[in-house]
Design a protein around this ligand. Sequence first.
Ligand code: EPZ
Length: 427
Amino acid sequence: MDTLVIDGGMPLHGEVRISGAKNAALPLMAATLLAPGDHVLHNVPDLRDTRTMLSLIKTLGGDWVRQGGTVRINTDTLSGAEAPYDLVKTMRASVLVLGPLLSRAGYARVSLPGGCAIGTRPIDYHLKGFERLGVQTDLAQGYVEARVKDRLRGGVMYFDAPSVTGTENLLMAAVCAQGTTLIQNAAREPEVGNLIDMLTAMGAHIEGKDTDTLTVHGVERLVAAETSVIPDRIETGTYMIAVAACGGRVLLRDSLSQHLVALSEKLRRCGLIIEERQDGILVFCPEVAGSSLCALESVDITTQPYPGFPTDLQAQFMALMCMGEGTAIIHETIFENRFMHVAELNRMGADITIEGSRAVVRGCGRGSLSGAPVMATDLRASASLAIAGLAAQGTTTISRIYHLERGYENMAGKLQALGANIRRISG
Ligand code: EPZ
């Protein structure tokens, strides 16, 4: 089993290029199923999840080639409309092929994703939205079978919660529907905006980008287009938190500060200096009394849909608060089981107690964590353990790093270049 071995205590200095966003690349890849022709996607991160999506597109009859950060996808001939369990179970975002297949072929059979470490992850909002467009959905043998008799028709959908992939799936189903579709309480994440830009470049007519109300005027057909994946705000935030935890001074190249307002506000309150630069975000810890690191203020957070504090940065921020000077309350409101990192952080010397959807983090100050063998349980929990290991005294070994490699491109290499003592061991 592959592991990460980290000898903690080193500050981070230099610059790191932020990769394209996993959670933008996945819907953009699914959208190539909407129209034949040669689609070109730039700045696509090379991750376990993007490789899984490309495998799924190939299973459906598409073809692709990667040239560096650019992926060319051709979907002239779709030979199937089924996303099999063995692919979907490894990546919930496979459900994103439902919308484009319904639009392109009028039919799709996709394995239900099932739950994952952080929650049950239902897709009832997706199915309800499709039904509003005239789709019939049936659940059998762990699969959802969706079909539409002739053409999708415009409808109105109100999301009980602003589901990110639910909004993306419905957008892709609606772009060629007959008539107009209104999506209310839509997700406003930048990744949804990236998809809207791609669909518009393909010929779609969508109003309300970056708001919670989207209007889609159906068009007859779409054509292949060329699009760039936006920078990964969660990767950016992860490295910002790592600098706050370890000290140092790092330029996060190609990152967009406007996507990280909530996190930046909290990190400034902790004591981090964050400066917008022409080519990215510069972050550093002020040093006091010579080279010692500034004390970390303990700051409460509540996760919320964008533009609130991202649930995907909750675990990483919790690792930082373990080194705070006081007590921080971490309130997770999006997923029901996103505290899997707590037990492992406590094994490193943290003092965290869970009370329902809140974690009470009693900070023990800088240098309070000690290295230990720990196990990754999900993508962002593994990033949390990496941050803790970077700041801990001694050696941390993180097992099951396939979780981490689903969503972070070459984390060990990027951190080594910043001066961290970290290495990936193939097991
Ligand atoms: C997206 O997941 C992201 N994944 C997640 O990132 C992210 O944590 C999440 O949005 C919230 O921001 C991708 O974009 C590929 P939701 P998604 O639908 O769309 C409930 C990561 O670490 N819900 O916005 O699956 C759901 O249970 C991953 O990169 C329903 O009840 O999340 C949750 O409580 C993890 N029924 C809430 O809504 C539904 O049909 C928000 O989920 C859909 C969602």
